[in-house]
Design a protein around this ligand. Sequence first.
Ligand SMILES: Nc1nc2c(c(=O)[nH]1)N[C@H]1C(S)=C(S)[C@@H](COP(=O)(O)O)O[C@H]1N2
Ligand SMILES: [Mo]
Length: 319
Amino acid sequence: MRIRIRRASEPAASEITPEGLWLRRREFLQAGAAGAGALLLPSALSALESRADGLGALKAPRNATYSVSEDHTDYDDATRYNNFYEFGTDKQDPKKYAHTLVRDPWSVLIDGEVGKPGRLSFEDLVPRKALEERVYRLRCVEAWSMVIPWIGVPLGDVLKRFEPTRKARYVAFETLVDPEQMPGQRRRVLDWPYREGLRLDEAMNPLALLATGMYGRELPNQNGAPVRLVVPWKYGFKSIKSIVRIHLTEDQPFTTWNDSAPQEYGFYANVNPDVHHPRWRQSRERRIGEFGKRKTLPFNGYAEEVAGLYKRMDLAEFY
Ligand SMILES: Nc1nc2c(c(=O)[nH]1)N[C@H]1C(S)=C(S)[C@@H](COP(=O)(O)O)O[C@H]1N2
Ligand SMILES: [Mo]
């Protein structure tokens, strides 16, 4: 099993890879963007940086039980190589265009099979005091992966507050629809809104995280601000970004990729090295920032925690 409990005597990964390293590199990039002749002191550069991306610090205690002890993907890579079709289909588009997303004010509608439906502010949904940091792998269906220190709260804890009814069997999620803010939605490359879903027992698994930050700061827009899902044992497309609605249902909900190309993308989408995509193999992956390839692990390395959810299912049929 890849999840490792850290002993108190060991340094935290955050001490091994100081975040100052990537922050400083970004400051130099910003300095370049500020134009020739702009001579700024480092402190002024920091101020410029925070004004430029507006991302506040978001610190939370590391949950070592649910963190992998692998090197973190470089912050620059994690924020400039993205899939977020609402801002375009190229990997570089989200970073280029996601600045038009208005992240504040934000609210999330919780409805369907719940005892206490309602519309919640972002802070009500994901209270700062409940945040924790977890270092998770995210494995895209396109056979690349990253390791990211996410900050968020367990999805199950959030769902319990709305009191799912006895009929609730699935949880459906929706991303914002607003072509003014999300210019990629002017083209019907997908049937907007982007939608995803989990079975209720999957959603209640302690690994499922509602994330609001990464690398000690608020989520950049291109990574799904202000709130997104991270389901580390499933292909990345299940980890829906910029969520505005959580809807509990009795029947399996519409999900964007499964419903647009069911032969290629399953509803379950559990990372599975033995079940190939019709156009490429899934047995190996490229870790962003590394040369060569790694073996893909069943359930992305989280089998011990989640394989039990599927024990009576044929994983080749329910891919
Ligand atoms: N709303 C929305 N969520 C989305 C996507 C998208 O296009 N739109 N892409 C998904 C895919 S395919 C992946 S791999 C992950 C990528 O997350 P990252 O850019 O933060 O690494 O987001 C997922 N969530
Ligand atoms: Mo993906």
